[in-house]
Design a protein around this ligand. Structure first.
Ligand code: APR
Ligand code: PHB
Length: 393
């Protein structure tokens, strides 16, 4: 089959789905190609913290119904170190902004439902997806369905296919510059049928390594511990994970972590990565295809949404007014935010984790930084304004 659309989108993660939704609202047609099944993308467990701007956008564009009902609004977070908790008053420090706990795969479900209800085309389980001719005004996406190759012609391609996708690697050598850092640790995360042990998120710095207490609902807790990058999950029976979490999260001898059945367990690798520029000809990269942040601060999804907001605005200006300026400045506009978010995620990560080669000086310096961040209004305000999300340009 040969078919045509205005914008061909590769990848049905938050970036691809949100882009297709925003384009639809602007009267622009798109077709979305996804390698996995609908069930797979709707159940894939990822982070679950939305910035204020992401929440506002979902609500304003009509996909915030379940989010308003099920999302948990948070006005503050806690930093725990030296066996004590220190609250950062996010709302008080940012003029009322909050963050919302709502799992990424719930956002995915809401966006897929909205696209399909509006007659949007999402082609799941597309095999051998390849992007072609993006050095010309008539790019093409080829893909296999039920054993047959198909060709989608379009005006633009949006590469929203994540870090391991095909779009970025297809761009010829020499066009892109990559910047990256791999951290000497990872996170071991669990989802447990246990009531959260605290109403707010807890980021803990501990001699034994970082730990994070988060949640998904009043009945489900999400917890993480710093581990080795090549950690073997088989060495971590549930009991050992609970004991380690209890040790790292403890504040005072009476603090007790609620336990429950572990319903999911996984390792998240940690890296910082940026590609420049985020565009080549008529191919635009957005989200994880263009950049990765370590999960400390949960910026991945929010940054993906910020990119496609810029891209949707640029495409709308092009289709409504024939104006290419915003398309030309897409990469530059996104990268300003990307690098600030990279800085923040790197900073949170560096402040809260134990490094294999750290010495007593480094530990004292980290503790001094935490002490400063939790006692200086200027420093806690810096954390808060980045955590709830920098304003959109
Ligand atoms: N063809 C089609 N689809 C592909 C291909 C391919 N060759 N390769 C990958 N995909 C799909 C993946 O299956 C996935 O559904 O692209 C989608 C990319 O989605 P994400 O990885 O979620 O990336 P993005 O939309 O940029 O969202 C970033 O997701 O990974 C988290 O932590 C990350 O929160 C961040 C957010
Ligand atoms: C999560 O709930 O999965 C989460 C929350 C905050 C983070 C990272 C992950 O910084």
């Amino acid at each position: 089959m040969n078919h045509r659309t205005q914008v061909g989108i590769v990848g049905a993660g938050p970036a691809g789905l949100m882009l297709s939704h925003l384009l639809h609202l602007a009267g622009i047609e798109s077709v979305l190609l996804e390698a996995r099944s609908r069930q797979y993308v709707e159940e894939r467990v990822r982070a679950g913290l939305l910035e204020q701007g992401t929440v506002n956008l979902l609500i304003e564009t009509g996909v915030g119904e379940r989010l308003k009902r099920l999302g948990l609004t948070h006005h503050g977070i806690e930093l725990r170190f030296g066996g004590r908790g220190h609250r950062i008053d996010l709302s008080g420090l940012t003029g009322g902004s909050t963050v919302t706990i709502y799992a990424q795969h719930e956002v995915i479900k809401d966006l897929i439902a909205a696209r399909l209800a509006a007659g949007g085309q999402i082609i799941f389980e597309a095999g051998d997806v390849g992007v072609h001719d993006f050095d010309r005004p008539t790019p093409k996406i080829r893909y296999r369905i039920d054993g047959n190759m198909n060709e989608l012609s379009c005006d633009f391609i949006a590469g929203c296919d994540g870090f391991h996708g095909v779009c970025r690697p297809t761009i010829p050598a020499g066009v892109l510059t990559m910047y990256d850092r791999i951290y000497p640790f990872a996170w071991l995360g669990i989802l447990a049928e246990a009531r959260p042990s605290s109403a707010e998120l807890i980021y803990a710095y501990h001699d034994r390594g970082f730990a994070l207490h988060s949640m998904r609902s009043p009945e489900i807790t999400r917890l993480y511990i710093q581990c080795a990058p090549d950690e073997d999950l088989a060495q971590w029976p549930d009991e050992r994970i609970w004991e380690e979490l209890q040790l790292r999260l403890a504040a005072g001898k009476d603090w007790k972590l609620n336990r429950g059945a572990v319903i999911q367990k996984g390792i998240t690798e940690m890296r910082s990565f940026v590609v420049e520029p985020m565009q080549s000809g008529t191919l635009f990269l957005a989200g994880d295809a263009a950049h990765i942040v370590p999960p400390t601060g949960a910026k991945g999804l929010n940054l993906a949404v910020a990119d496609v907001r810029v891209l949707a605005r640029a495409l709308t200006d092009y289709y409504s007014n024939g104006n290419r300026e915003l398309l030309s400045s897409y990469s530059e506009t996104c990268l300003r935010r990307v690098w600030k978010v990279q800085r923040f995620s790197w900073w949170m990560t560096s402040m809260l984790h134990r490094f294999a080669d750290d010495n007593p000086f480094d530990q004292r310096r980290q503790l001094a930084e935490l002490d400063y961040v939790t006692t200086s209004r200027a420093a806690s305000q810096t954390l808060a304004e980045n955590y709830v999300g920098l304003p959109m340009e």
